[in-house]
Design a protein around this ligand. Structure first.
Ligand code: AHR
Length: 548
């Protein structure tokens, strides 16, 4: 906004506007201006961009949990499995999505996992009682199968160490097994197992949610920070090219939130590249007051968490007078609130139990779209992020014995993967807002605020001039317009324009009715330097444009 426009805009605001201008409004922190009634407006300029998009921002997660691995990706004996036991329908789905990176093997699972149990001849691998989810783990699928599967679906592995019950020595041996070409104990063991060439795994998580009392081997921030430092130091001796991610707070509701992150980084800042963030969201009484309008604003809570953890990284960097800027790995995020706790999380010592099988509806999918917008907007800081998870367990795709189902949340994720490329632009956005109330909500989600009805993220691929707009309309009652003014580039053709919407926010897809929540064509405006999109009520939409 020019200074003159800004003055006029501020003059147009009432009392609440004055409070907003004084900085009480969260939207301002993430690049929004509150406007008057009427169309939202986005001014887009080619050279005003936030970040080059690292595709790893659109990653996913596969944990040994429930039916994620067994009967999800691996089901020997199934008519749908290939010679290695991989479900071909699931391979096709994930390959088709183009997921850039997948985190494995956990999650809570990893904190009790002995990676050696899952390598070598399958008939020699032990069946163990897995203690995070109280399930039977046969170890028939392990690191080498995962790497083979990654190559098949065209994704990059992101492996996690067990820093719960495991030791730094076991973690270093794991890196040696995966990455050292030959001539040492663990690298030669890999070769003995039939993998002559190293797996060359770049990205590694130093444990999982070590601040959580539910975590095997949970410890204090200082203890964990020292263990992470020790592990990281030894790993760097073996392989200087690894990217190491320390465990940050498990969620914003932890009593140690931010203090944990500061203390951990005070111990291991010099040895790590990034710190992790996790969060799961839901439309529940304590989180949203069961109010969809509040629910659809939760991606702004994610955005706040990113800025807060980023601020902790900057603080520790400044205290250490370090030139190194840490990046963030939001390596678990999703909607998850129905299939949680109790029987949903207890496998009763059975094999491949039905755990965390969340059924997603339309409003969940809209919010997932919002999360993707947030991650894109924050791509300068968040380099890796993982939708948790990818199949059967809190996942966009679900298997039966005979087929695979796309849940509602599949679609926004698929659009971001397909169309968001190149650079994340930094449009100037202004638009009408609605109020949300703090009263009665859990402290980390309790805030009085104003939320823009329209949320937009824009990318531009400088290679081919193609732009992508991802647009959330949070207005559950009415259509909203978004007027996009293109300043130094002009759309010449609409390549795709689709929307996900419906009259029933609670509608879901089932194996019997798999297309209840599915995209439909959205009438696009004519391409040109000014384009007004008509966004249906309660919708998430995408436009893919060729520009000149
Ligand atoms: O993704 C499900 C679980 O949620 C993961 O195992 C854990 O890291 C988180 O608490």
């Amino acid at each position: 906004m020019s200074p003159l426009d800004r003055r006029r805009f501020l003059e147009g605001l009432g009392k609440s506007g004055a409070a907003l201008a004084a900085g009480a409004w969260w939207g301002g922190r993430v690049g929004y201006a509150a406007g008057k009634a009427g169309p939202a407006r986005a001014v887009v300029q080619r050279e005003r961009y936030r970040a080059e998009l690292d595709r790893r921002l659109l990653g996913a997660f596969l944990e040994h949990l429930g039916r994620a691995v067994y009967t999800g990706v691996y089901e020997p004996g199934s008519k749908l499995a290939d010679g290695r036991g991989f479900r071909t329908d699931v391979v096709a789905e994930i390959k088709g999505l183009g997921v850039p990176i997948i985190r494995y093997p956990g999650g809570n699972f990893v904190s009790g996992y002995n990676w050696l149990d899952g390598v070598g001849p399958k008939d020699k691998r032990p069946t163990v009682i897995e203690r995070a989810w109280n399930s039977l783990e046969t170890n028939q699928f392990g690191t080498n199968e995962f790497i083979e599967w990654c190559r098949l679906v065209g994704t990059e592995p992101l492996l996690a160490f067990n820093l719960g019950t495991g030791t730094p020595e076991q973690a270093v041996a794991y890196v040696e097994y995966c990455n050292v070409p030959k001539g040492s104990r663990w690298s030669d063991l890999r070769r003995e197992h039939g993998y002559e060439r190293p797996h060359d795994v770049r990205y590694w998580c130093l444990g999982n949610e070590m601040d959580g009392p539910w975590q095997m081997g949970t410890m204090t921030a200082r203890e964990y920070g020292r263990k992470a430092r020790d592990t990281a130091r030894q790993i760097r001796v073996l392989d200087r090219e690894t990217r190491l991610i320390a465990c940050g707070s498990s969620n914003t509701n932890m009593p140690t939130y931010l203090v944990w992150d500061r203390e951990v980084l005070e111990e291991c800042f010099d040895q790590v590249d990034a710190i992790s963030l996790h969060n799961y969201y839901g439309n529940t009484a304590p989180l949203t007051g069961n109010d969809t309008s509040r629910y659809l604003a939760m991606n702004l809570d994610m955005e706040r968490q990113i800025l807060e953890i980023g601020a902790v990284c900057d603080y520790v960097q400044a205290i250490r007078r370090s030139p190194k800027r840490l990046w963030l790995s939001f390596d678990e995020w999703n909607v998850w609130y129905r299939a949680r706790g109790g029987r949903f999380a207890n496998g009763q010592q059975t094999f491949a139990p039905h755990l965390l099988e969340e059924v997603y509806n339309l409003e969940d999918a809209l919010l997932v779209g919002g999360f993707l917008n947030t991650l894109l907007r924050q791509a300068a800081r968040v380099r890796v992020a993982c939708l948790a998870q990818i199949v059967n367990v809190i996942a966009p795709i679900v298997t039966s014995e005979t087929s695979v189902l796309r849940q509602s949340t599949y679609y926004p994720y698929a659009w971001a993967l397909k169309y968001a490329r190149g650079r994340v632009l930094d449009p100037e956005v202004e638009g009408e807002t609605y109020p949300i109330k703090a009263e009665g909500l859990r402290p980390d989600f309790a805030r009085d605020d104003l939320v823009p009805y329209v949320d937009v993220a824009v990318t531009l691929d400088p290679q081919n001039g193609q732009a992508c707009l991802l647009m959330l309309n949070r207005d559950v009652e009415s259509e909203r317009e978004l007027k996009v003014d293109w300043r130094d580039l002009t759309p010449s053709r609409v390549l795709a324009c689709e929307t996900l919407t419906g009259s029933d926010l609670k509608a879901v897809n089932t194996f019997e009715q798999p297309a209840t929540v599915a995209p439909r064509r959205l009438d696009p405006p004519s391409p040109g330097s000014s384009m007004t999109f008509k966004l249906p009520p309660r919708s998430y939409s995408v436009a893919h444009l060729a520009t000149s």
